[in-house]
Design a protein around this ligand. Structure first.
Ligand SMILES: CC(O)(O)NCCCCN
Ligand SMILES: [Zn+2]
Length: 667
């Protein structure tokens, strides 16, 4: 299934007609450079083009009032003076004779995208629209927004597509208060927003943008605000919020549609956000959402005012929606202290609403850290230089161009015993030449008993050849059915050329000593008992009392422990090993397979005991990029499991700072 791209250059045909410094950044070029970048990179050509349409009055009235709509309807016939007067009644927004038309197209584009995704015409997609929407409210325009595109889309999906639970992820750097107000008491729409706040000193300066606005009445718990109280937030800060706030709750919520208020003013270089996160981070944020709701993800443009980082971020997002391999995560440090306070605050106010957070640390009295994490130019670009004239001259903020993300010619290769049929869409791996005598001797000497027949030699040779081709980016990922997953893992870690190999060892069974001792491997062992004395930072035993059959425990461990470790480790290869007798539920196994593909540029090799042929087809389909089926809403993880997770976090978070969920001096 494809990725929709909804765009029409009619939406570039309005602009600011008078002087208003606040509204200056919202220019038509924002849409032009974004679309042009998608065309020039070839990404637009890979998408399914979906035409825009005008929203109907009825659709606008899903969120807005009649009197507001009647007022906006008059703007096309207003002269400059009347337009300015009409604009005066609202904040930080401007009107234009053509903006009503464009605002209807922005809604229509968004609803076309929702239709395409909800009817299964495409898997996911992006709507490039302006004017943006998330600040507009029932009866008012605000913050460059006229109608609330994403709020209308959520109501529309509930009404026309029987969506039961809609997740809205608002990664724009401003708080989408319009969306928050719309769903304040609605438990069927979970609204998540992070936003520059600086203790209410940043626009729109609302008390209700702080983390303690959790929704009201039946909607309590379904509004999550993560305020950034300092500028300069970077990739690690964003990922920490996804791993420790958004994703655990999103998986517990179990949405059947994900809407992204995709504002890119949260990217580096943006004059509004002053953040440091680089455009490639949006590839990872998108990927981390793509296994929710069975992959039904609709990204809708909101803000983004640095034309360079906007275009790059839009491309990173669309390229991930298309299923291209993710970029290697940029050298991730740990989240800064202020970010950790925000993470801690959000987790503690929501622990009473979400069982995945029930063991989050209790709220601490709010004395914000005064230590600045990093100046806004942290990313290594020039800070403000005084030019002798006394005032600090703003140097251009620079960052590296996102790297190419080349998709290997072969996506998924399977190493299977001859008797097992290949899954469709995959390729049965058979290297050009078989093992030569040297290789055979080596394999026999180290890995096979003399008595082994030639079949296993060929099989083992094939999986090392497969990994070799993955590491040369000729093949993206693979699955191998092997007689002995322990021996195969030992062989692959010892022959892999990658500097770092992440081994995800799922099930009850010892990890081979040779793998544990290999200093280029990080082993995350998920099982019902911790078999090894865990001292090394490169061996992480995650124990589940009920074993791997405990879907909730495994999922929450994957989100809060495995993924932060994996992203921080930044491996060149991921081995996902399913031990014999592992009782991980099929849909959970697919979630793991899907999420881990965000690492190592997608170089994941799944190793399964050869008698477990049942999982070949579905695992292969997930490796081919099909979204893992939704787990539905999740119940509570076992308290003793969560206690052991938190003990593990305490032991490891100094070595792996992305595991942190609270600021150091608050523990
Ligand atoms: C869509 C948006 O969130 O980027 N609008 C920002 C408006 C800022 C006004 N000071
Ligand atoms: Zn914004």
């Amino acid at each position: 299934m494809g990725t929709a791209l909804v765009y029409d250059d009619e939406m570039t045909k309005y602009k600011l007609l008078w002087v208003d410094p606040v509204c200056e950044p919202e220019v038509p070029e924002r849409l032009q450079v974004s679309h042009q970048a998608l065309v020039r990179s070839g990404l637009a050509g890979c998408c399914v083009p979906v035409p825009v349409r005008e929203a109907t009055d009825e659709e606008i009235l899903l969120v807005h009032s009649e009197e507001y709509l009647e007022g906006v309807k008059k703007t096309p016939f207003m002269d400059l003076e009347d337009l300015m007067a009409f604009t005066q009644q609202y904040g930080d927004v401007y009107f234009h004779p053509n903006i009503y038309h464009c605002a209807k197209l922005a809604i229509g584009a968004t609803l076309q995208l929702v239709d395409s995704v909800m009817t299964g015409k495409v898997r996911n997609g992006m709507a490039l629209v302006r004017p943006p929407g998330h600040h507009s409210q029932t009866s008012q325009a605000n913050g460059f927004c006229v109608f609330n595109n994403v709020a209308i889309a959520a109501q529309y999906a509930k009404k026309h597509h029987r969506a039961k639970r809609v997740l809205i992820v608002d990664w724009d750097i401003h708080h989408g208060q319009g969306i928050q107000y719309c769903f304040e008491d609605d438990p069927s729409v979970l609204y998540f927003s992070w936003h520059r706040y600086e203790h209410q000193s940043f626009w729109p300066n609302l008390r209700e943008s702080d983390f303690d606005s959790v929704g009201s009445g039946k909607g309590a718990g379904f509004n999550i605000n993560v305020p950034w109280n300092q500028v300069g937030m970077g990739n690690s800060d964003y990922l920490a919020v996804f791993f420790h706030v958004l994703l655990p709750v999103a998986y517990e919520f179990g949405p059947d549609l994900v809407l992204i208020s995709a504002g890119f003013d949260s990217a580096i270089g943006d004059p509004e956000g002053l953040m440091c996160a680089t455009p490639d981070i949006f590839a990872h944020l998108t990927h981390l959402l793509m296994n929710l709701a069975g992959g039904k993800v609709c990204a809708v443009l909101e803000g983004g005012y640095n034309l360079t980082s906007l275009a790059q971020s839009v491309c990173q997002t669309v390229q991930t929606l298309l299923g291209d391999p993710p970029p290697h995560p940029a050298n991730l440090g740990g989240p800064c202290e202020s970010a950790l306070e925000s993470v801690h605050s959000a987790r503690s106010v929501h622990k009473k609403y979400w069982s995945c957070l029930q063991h989050a640390a209790a709220p601490f009295p709010e004395e914000p850290s005064t230590k600045t994490c990093r100046p806004a130019q942290q990313d290594g670009s020039q800070g403000p230089q005084s030019n002798g004239g006394g005032e600090a001259q703003k140097e251009a903020i620079v960052w590296p161009e996102p790297l190419q993300r080349d998709a290997p010619s072969v996506r998924t290769a399977l190493v299977l015993p001859d008797a097992v049929a290949c899954a469709d869409g995959c390729e049965r791996f058979s290297p050009a030449e078989g093992p030569d005598s040297m290789a055979t001797a080596g394999l026999r000497k180290h890995f096979l008993k003399e008595s082994e027949d030639g079949v296993n030699v060929k099989l083992l040779y094939n999986i090392t050849a497969l990994v070799g081709q993955m590491e040369k980016n000729e093949i993206r990922n693979g699955l191998a059915l092997v007689p002995d997953v322990s021996m195969a893992t030992t062989l692959l870690t010892s022959t892999s050329l990658s500097k770092r190999v992440l081994v995800v060892w799922v099930g009850d069974g010892l990890v081979p000593a040779q793998v544990l001792e290999d200093e280029k491997t990080l082993v995350v062992h998920i099982s019902s008992t911790a078999p090894h004395e865990a001292q090394s930072k490169y061996y992480v035993p995650i124990t589940l009392k009920q074993g791997c059959g405990d879907t909730v425990g495994l999922m929450q461990a994957a989100l809060g422990l495995l993924l932060p470790l994996g992203y921080q480790y930044a491996p060149g290869l991921v081995l996902l090993v399913r031990l014999p007798g592992c009782r991980a539920r099929e849909d959970l196994w697919l979630q793991l397979t899907g999420l881990l593909q965000g690492l190592a540029a997608g170089h994941t090799l799944v190793l399964v005991q050869e008698n477990e042929t049942a999982s070949v087809g579905i695992t292969a389909s997930c490796l081919l990029g099909n979204a893992a089926p939704s787990l539905g809403s999740l119940a509570a993880p076992g308290p003793e499991d969560v206690e052991s997770f938190e003990r593990l976090r305490l032991r490891l978070q100094t070595d792996w700072p992305l595991l942190q969920t609270t600021a150091p001096d608050k523990r």
